[in-house]
Design a binder for this molecule. Structure first.
Ligand SMILES: Nc1nc2c(ncn2[C@@H]2O[C@H](COP(=O)(O)OP(=O)(O)OP(=O)(O)O)[C@@H](O)[C@H]2O)c(=O)[nH]1
Ligand SMILES: [Mg+2]
Length: 199
């Protein structure tokens, strides 16, 4: 599918699964830890500076944000996980929304691809592994995106490539894509991965 990334708008900010859109459009979801770079990736893919809010206070907003692209598809910014100072209540809200997105989403069959973000400097955390395991088990197609690649030196890059490639191979996922919202490394590769997932 060819889509015009310059035609994009925030359509829905859902705090409850009942607010998820019913429009029969394919969805591409962005999942990962709070602060991993989900909103920055969405902005980079859409060639915008500030459509998706880049947070100075990570993990504050617990919403699922649906960006409608060219009236053809949704980019879905899922709430970040692994935020250290999260209260029990906000953990419950996160769980309800995220479980809701994957299990009670009226358009679950239109979810074509999950971009599972992992901070390339930190590597996969326990929460990332839980998410990857879960995506593998449910059979949702997903791609591991190693974010903030501009922050790695050569040695760190080689180590991150080795670790994340092994993780992807073990999980039956495609090779990870290294991405930087600063240098735009990986942007074209991700856009073509999204286009091919849309068929
Ligand atoms: N150097 C560098 N910094 C980045 C990159 N991507 C994101 N950041 C920074 O990391 C911080 C978090 O980025 P966001 O895009 O808001 O992360 P998020 O995953 O959307 O965070 P939440 O919405 O809180 O879950 C911001 O300070 C960004 O400027 C990158 O590729 N390189
Ligand atoms: Mg964000």
């Amino acid at each position: 599918m060819i889509f015009d990334t310059s035609r994009a708008d925030l359509r829905i900010t859902a705090g409850l699964p009942s607010q998820f859109p019913r429009d029969p459009l394919p969805q591409i979801a962005f999942s990962g830890r709070s602060n991993v770079g989900k909103s920055s990736l969405i902005n980079a893919l859409l060639g915008r500076n500030a459509l998706a809010r880049v947070s100075s206070s990570p993990g504050k907003t617990i919403t699922v944000n649906f960006y409608e692209i060219d009236r053809k598809l949704f980019f879905v910014d899922l709430p970040g996980y692994g935020y250290a100072n999260r209260s029990k209540e906000s953990q419950r809200v996160w769980q309800n929304l995220t479980d809701g997105y994957f299990t009670r989403n009226p358009n679950r069959d239109l979810l074509k691809l999950v971009l599972q973000l992992v901070d390339s400097r930190i590597g996969a955390t326990k929460d990332d592994l839980t998410m990857i395991d879960w995506l593998t088990k449910t059979g949702v197609p997903y791609l591991i995106v190693a974010t903030k690649s501009d922050k790695l030196n050569k040695t760190e890059r080689a180590a991150a490539e080795k670790n994340l490639s092994e993780l992807a191979a073990k999980s039956g996922a495609p090779a990870p894509v290294f991405f930087s919202s600063k240098t735009k490394e990986g942007k074209d590769e991700l856009l073509s991965g999204i286009a091919s997932a849309l068929g």
